[in-house]
Design a protein around this ligand. Sequence first.
Ligand code: BMX
Ligand code: ZN
Length: 314
Amino acid sequence: MDRKGYLGIDIGGTAVKAGLVNSKGEVIVRSETDIDRSCQHETVMQTVIRSINELCASNQIDIHSMTGIGVSSPGSVNSSSGSIAISGGNVPNWGGTKICAILEEEFGLPVSVANDGNCVALAEAWIGAARGCDDVVCVTLGTGIGGGIISRGKLIEGRNGYAGEIGHFVTHAGGRECACGGHGCFEKYAATSALVKEGMMLRDRWYTGRNIFEDANAGDEEALALVDRWTDEVAYGIAGLVHIFNPEVILIGGGVSAQGGLVIQPVREKVNDIIMQDFTENLTVKRASLGNDAGMVGAVKHLLDEIAAGTVKE
Ligand code: BMX
Ligand code: ZN
C-alpha cells in the first residue's frame, strides 16, 4: 500500500472521521471516532488527535511520511489563521479553537482547515458530481445547512474564510430564532431538522426524516403536503443563490438527497420556475455524490490548494 499521502479529518457533530487520502482524492483507509460532547475529560481536539494516532497505528502509517493534514470543521472557520471564530457558531465551546496550531504542534506537519460545507463543495468539484465544473453551488441539508460556492473554479472564501455560510442567509424577515443569534435563517426552514420539527407537530411518528419520507413514498397525502411545503423553502433559498452566483451546477447533499423523486426532482422544478429564465440556461440541479467521504476529501483538496498557493508551507 502506498503510504504517502495526506490525512483528511472531518469534524462533525457526533463523530470525527479520519482518512488517508491520496493525491487523486481516493480514500485509502478511513476510521470514525465518536465525540462525546458532554465528556469533560477529552476535548474535541483531543478526540481528533486520538483518531489520527489510532488510524496510523492500525494501518501501519508512519505519520512523518504524510505530506500534511487537511481538516473540515463546522462553524465559522478562519482559514487564514487556522482557527474557529470567536462565536463558534452552533457548536458549544468551539469558538476560538486554534485547530491548525494544535495539530502542527502535535504532529509537526502542515495543516489547513476549512468550513465543512466549503470542503464538500471542493470535493464534489474535484472528483464528485460537479467534477470539471467551474461554477458550483453546493448545499448540504442536515441538522443545519452547509454551503460552499465555487466560482470560476475557485472556492469563494471571503475575507476570513467564512464565506458560503448559506444556512444563515435570511429567507424570512423577522422569522424563527436561530442559534446564530439571528432570525429567519434559511436553515430554520429548509434544513432536514426543520422538516422534522414540523412533522413532529403533526404526527408522533414523524420524529425522523426517514419516517416522513417512508409515508410520503407510500402516498400519504399529509406527508406529501409536508414535504412539498419544505421543498418550497429549499427551492426559494436556492433560487436566491442562483441569482447571486449564476452557477452551472447546484448540488444537494445530506441524507435526504437520496430521495430523488421527493426532493431532488421537485427542488429542480421549483428552482427553474422561480428564477429568471436567463439563469435556467445550462443549469443542472443534482445530488452530491461523495456522501460520507466528502468532508475528508475536500479538506485534503483545500490543503493541496493552500500548498499550491504558498499559504501553507510543505
Ligand atoms: C450550521 C453551521 C455551518 C455548517 C452547517 C452544516 C455551525 C457550528 N455550523 O449552519 O457552519 O456548515 O451548520 O452543518 O455554526 P451540519 O451539521 O448540518 O452538517
Ligand atoms: Zn442563523
